[in-house]
Design a protein around this ligand. Structure first.
Ligand code: ATP
Length: 357
């Protein structure tokens, strides 16, 4: 197993002006890790993955597989397995022929090829499907064939570009669990590209959140969810309230902020923040972490409900507090309030976190 390192990797396409598609990306992926590039359309995920695969060369920066510098190596000298959104299977070939294609190119033939094809099909739970035609398979099965075809060559890294986008919601969830099982069993360093944050959270050991060609944050799903680095990450991952609050005092890893009702909270802040007394801090809190209280509760922020929606799992409320609208997700809403009603909100300090702009 080997890790993959990107050092200050940038990519500019000719004729696209000053904007870099990928801009100074530093990522260090551990051996055996399932690492995801996550971000909105056009943020540079696919370009980054293609540079790891060797389809594009970086304009500047280095890419290493383990200690080996692969920056300028062509794709066929990198030993990567690729899985794409559109499967890219050969429709006129059988499942076994599709899976065996990479072996043929590598001149693995006969009994050895048959054994490895059977093994790869077993790995993706498609043993016995070797003689089927591709068009006799479901979308999920086709994607598993694509995975078997990538794994059969025993690549050093597995690169997956939105492999689930063509599947319906239920199949997508089943297949993502299947991909994760196969990746764990094979113990293969994997880089996964998606714009779907739920998919990224469910599958990844770590995630790099990208925007406009830059990495905004790298962390475990828990770190990114509970400690978003900036307002972009806070809003892109799940739903988040970002409040502008006056700073009363600032410490190295926390700041005291004043809530609209005059109460103060000591809130954790990222190390190295540059906030000082009299600045305004941006403080994030998730809708599910805000508690409900009676409107006259002295401990709570008084607000007014401006919107209310029942989703089954929770009730989503929009509550206006001193001119700022807060999203609240409550499992239980006592008293059956309605739009226009006054309500109190509890903001626990432990659930609040200072984000960068
Ligand atoms: P999506 O989720 O839509 O695939 P992405 O995050 O994968 O988006 P990229 O495909 O990496 O984004 O594109 C990043 C930027 O680079 C975009 O602005 C895109 O228009 C530009 N770009 C990508 N490929 C090329 C190319 N071959 N020539 C010129 N510009 C390109």
């Amino acid at each position: 197993m080997i890790g993959v390192t990107l050092e200050s990797v940038s990519k500019r396409f000719p004729g696209t002006g000053d904007a870099a598609a990928v801009d100074g990306v530093d990522i260090s992926i551990d051996a055996g890790e399932f690492f995801t590039l996550l971000g909105p359309s056009g943020c540079g995920k696919t370009t980054t993955l293609r540079m790891v695969a060797g389809f594009y060369f970086p304009t500047s920066g280095r890419i290493r597989f383990g200690t080996e510098d692969v920056t300028r190596k062509p794709p066929n000298r990198r030993d990567t397995g690729m899985v794409f959104q559109n499967y890219a299977l050969f429709p006129h070939m059988s499942v076994a022929q599709n899976v065996g294609y990479g072996l043929k190119i590598r001149k693995v033939r006969g009994a050895e090829a048959r054994r490895r094809i059977a093994e790869a099909l077993e790995q993706v739970h498609l043993g016995g499907y070797g003689d089927r035609r591709i068009d006799q398979l479901s979308g999920g099965q086709q994607q598993r064939v694509a995975l078997a075809r990538a794994l059969v060559i025993r690549p050093r890294t597995l690169l997956l570009d939105e492999p689930l986008s063509n599947l319906d919601a239920k199949l997508r969830e089943e297949t993502r669990a299947e991909i994760r099982r196969i990746q764990r069993e094979a113990g293969i360093t994997s880089i996964y590209v998606t714009h779907d944050q739920a998919e990224a959270m469910a599958m990844s050991d770590r995630i790099a959140v990208m925007e406009a060609g830059r990495v905004q944050q790298i962390g475990t799903p828990q770190e990114i969810y509970h400690r978003p680095a900036n307002t972009f990450v806070a809003r892109f991952i799940g739903r988040s309230n970002v409040l502008s609050l006056p700073v009363l005092a600032a410490g190295a890893e926390s700041v005291d902020v004043r809530l609209p009702n005059g109460a103060s909270r000591t809130v954790a802040a990222p190390p190295g923040h540059d906030l000082a007394g009299s600045d305004t801090a941006l403080v994030s809190i998730r809708p599910e972490h805000i508690g409900l209280a009676a409107p006259d509760d002295p401990e709570a922020l008084p607000g007014r409900i401006t919107d209310l929606e029942f989703t089954g799992m929770a009730t989503n409320l929009t509550v206006e507090v001193s001119g700022q609208e807060l999203m609240v997700a409550a499992v239980e809403v006592p008293g059956g309030p309605a739009v226009g009603d006054r309500i109190g909100l509890r903001l626990p300090a432990a659930r609040m976190w200072v984000v960068r702009p």
